[in-house]
Design a protein around this ligand. Structure first.
Ligand code: IPE
Ligand code: IPE
Ligand code: MG
Length: 248
């Protein structure tokens, strides 16, 4: 396929993109397939998306793969998703490592099957010195759970109340060391956060696409980045253009 020329200036490429990969089930149902077929197709798309992320020059990618609430789905689907995670690690790890991807996990690892835990830890260890792309995989993750976990750890460490600052909280989150997401993409048109990065998303920009996750391709990804490049991030202040005008 011909490469679509990029019109995005380098300084406007987000440092960190986070994706809520939603709509696998509906993608499958529309085709008369079982929901798990949608998750498989979603996984295929993840491989392509990681590659595109590297090509676009984005340094951090966080993907929402399984929420703590997703345990409430039918057991076959939960089991299927657990299998897919292991299968992805088995099949993709070496390739990701070769491409310079550093894998990290965010969420409660200790609540997963010990076999999965071992695989995840091995993948983290193998790729820990890679720096082409930092890939955070949110698996058994929820934003509230992350904050609860951070508070518990701070109390255990005996942190004094007056020492609890914004920066301190950041250090205790699963995402410690990762900058906040600049851009959050959600597929399948849903307009909600679904317990994803609730602390870190304070000033993130949003791109919502009606496309289901398996159909989210490089062209749509580029559209998301182009839209982001047009945004005026004010962080509660006034825009820099306005400020220059009022100073003139
Ligand atoms: C997202 O797709 C993947 C996971 C939550 C694991 P869904 O499975 O939520 O797909 P829909 O939203 O039901 O279509
Ligand atoms: C969010 O999608 C979780 C993941 C993408 C892993 P859900 O499909 O679980 O979220 P809701 O139920 O639509 O809010
Ligand atoms: Mg969904």
């Amino acid at each position: 396929m011909a490469e679509i020329p990029s019109t995005i200036p380098l300084e406007k490429i987000p440092q960190h993109v986070a994706i809520i990969m939603d709509g696998n089930g509906r993608w499958a149902i529309q085709r008369g397939f079982p929901r798990l077929a949608g998750h498989k197709a979603g996984t295929e798309n993840l491989r392509r998306t990681i590659r595109s992320t590297v090509e676009f020059g984005v340094k951090y990618l966080t993907i929402y793969a399984f929420s703590t609430e997703n345990w409430g789905r039918p057991p076959e689907e939960v089991q299927g998703l657990m299998f897919i995670l292991q299968d992805v690690i088995d099949r993709e790890l070496n390739e990701l490592h070769k491409e310079g991807v550093q894998l990290r996990h965010i969420g409660r690892l200790e609540k997963l099957d010990p076999k999965i835990q071992k695989k995840v830890l091995k993948a983290i260890e193998l790729t820990k010195n890679n720096d082409r792309l930092i890939l955070n995989v949110a698996f058994n993750y929820s934003g509230r759970d992350e904050i609860v976990c951070a508070i518990q750890k701070m109390i255990k460490d005996g942190i004094a109340a007056e020492d609890v600052t914004d920066e301190m909280v950041n250090k205790y989150l699963f995402t410690a060391g990762t900058p906040d997401p600049d851009l959050i993409i959600r597929t399948s048109g849903e307009l909600r956060l679904s317990n994803f990065l609730i602390w870190q998303a304070a000033y993130s920009e949003w791109f919502i696409t009606p496309k289901f996750w398996p159909d989210f391709d490089k062209e749509e990804y580029r559209r998301a980045l182009e839209t982001y490049a047009q945004r005026d991030r004010r962080y509660g202040k006034v825009s820099s253009a306005e400020l220059q005008e009022s100073n003139a």
